[in-house]
Design a protein around this ligand. Structure first.
Ligand code: 2RA
Length: 329
């Protein structure tokens, strides 16, 4: 199968190549695409070097699948051109996520919505993916009423320049400022840009995308997204009020039996998820599962995942795997 990776030199693009290799995705020809300035350079895949080509050359090659992580503008311009040429696009930008004609997919939750005619498929935002991996099974059992999520997001979510800023600040060196303030020894309640009603775009994604993925807009969801000086993954503190009563042991059992979710929840042994240990892994880790003692039918828990892997590259590759396994490409 011919597969194009658009944005192949970026942080997520590089992880996409790594995940495709680790999972031995059935690629007969890899077509790496990047910005004009990178054309002709090489990327490594399965111990071989592949030459980066232009977008137009990649479209002309008619790959069966093109996995994008190149920003919303590039996706809006070129995903339709790939689709017109018969390629199925899996896009990691926010460009298509809330488009009512496009599917927004976390395979473990809603892969069954995918059809052969879906030629542009949206990969959800990283902080959304790890959240719905937990909300999905619990919604089925207990029916969500209200969700409050506070995130503690890795600088890798912003990109390489943000990682460089943090590492320079740690060393006390002058750093190119990606964030409006120092991130080292700090916490910025500011992920992406501020939009409507003084919410950031990250918070708006978190408040909208889960409802589309779960196919359920009967619950309320509010979010605060915070950037913290961490590199291994995103953490989320989640308060969930259900319509129905729940049993804590049953909650742990449901989550333990959810593919892709690992329950790490034994505080007597200081066992709980942390981004330092989620880095490089594909699972969504859940812990600190406990009742909200302030009101009935309400649960608190803590979710951690590597935002570059399950939060982006691995989820996109899992969508591609589903398409192949179900003859949708
Ligand atoms: C972030 N979720 O963490 C956004 C984009 N990756 O900045």
């Amino acid at each position: 199968m011919k597969v194009a990776v658009v944005g192949s030199t970026g942080m997520v693009g590089q992880v996409m190549l790594k995940v495709l290799e680790e999972r031995n995705f059935p690629i007969t020809e890899l077509i790496p695409v990047a910005s004009e300035k990178s054309i002709g350079k090489k990327v490594k895949y399965k111990q071989e070097e592949f030459t980066i080509v232009s977008m137009n050359d990649a479209i002309a090659a008619k790959p069966e699948i093109a996995i994008f992580s190149a920003g919303g503008g590039t996706s809006l311009e070129f995903a339709p051109l790939f689709a017109e040429a018969g390629t199925t696009v899996i896009d990691n930008s926010s460009a298509w996520r809330m488009d009512p004609t496009k599917k927004l997919v976390v395979p473990e939750i809603n892969a069954d919505v995918l059809r052969k005619e879906d030629k542009i498929i949206a990969n959800p935002n990283c902080s959304t993916i790890q959240l719905v991996m937990v909300l999905g099974p619990l919604n089925k059992k207990y029916d969500l009423k209200r969700v409050i999520v506070s995130t503690y997001q890795s600088v890798t979510g912003t990109g390489k320049a943000a990682v460089d800023q943090l590492n320079s600040e740690i060393k006390g060196e002058d750093a190119e400022k990606v964030y409006p303030y120092q991130i080292f020894k700090n916490a910025l309640p500011h992920c992406d840009v501020f939009a409507d009603d003084d919410y950031t775009k990250e918070e708006i994604k978190l408040m909208k995308e889960p409802k589309k993925i779960l196919g359920d807009d009967t619950f309320n969801l509010t979010a605060t997204a915070v950037r913290v000086p961490v590199q291994g993954g995103h953490s989320e503190s989640v308060n969930i009020e259900f319509e129905n009563e729940f049993d804590l042991d049953e909650v742990r059992k449901i989550l333990s039996e959810t593919p892709g979710v690992v329950v790490m929840d034994n505080v007597k042994n200081n066992e709980y998820p942390m981004p330092l240990y989620s880095e490089g892994k594909d699972e969504v880790f859940v812990g600190r599962i406990r009742r909200d003692l302030s009101q009935p039918k309400t649960l608190n828990l803590w979710i951690v995942a590597d935002n570059l892997r399950k939060g982006a590259a691995t989820n996109a590759v899992q969508i591609a795997e589903y398409l192949v396994e179900n003859n949708l490409v």
